[in-house]
Design a protein. Structure first.
Length: 84
């Protein structure tokens, strides 16, 4: 559902999103240079898991906000009908 409601041409959160992404990538590179092969694999797993976690939170928060807006709209329509 979130994909249907988002404007894919809009750059949400910019420029802060890009700045934070660049900083995350820089930090990851700094840490990666200090790790062996196993440490690098764990760091990659950590980054992937974090991204999946954030996607789940965003999807649920967006859904909750959407349905709250629908409920408010329906309540508004009911009140508007009563006052006619």
């Amino acid at each position: 559902m979130i994909e249907l409601l988002m404007n894919m041409e809009c750059s949400y959160g910019e420029p802060e999103y890009s700045n934070l992404s660049a900083h995350i990538n820089w930090l990851k590179q700094q840490i990666c240079e200090q790790l062996d092969q196993y440490g690098k694999a764990y760091l990659e797993q950590l980054a992937d898991t974090y991204m999946r976690q954030e996607t789940v939170i965003l999807r649920d928060a967006f859904s909750d906000g959407f349905w709250s807006a629908v409920e408010l709209m329906l309540e508004f329509q009911q009140r508007k009908s009563k006052h006619k």
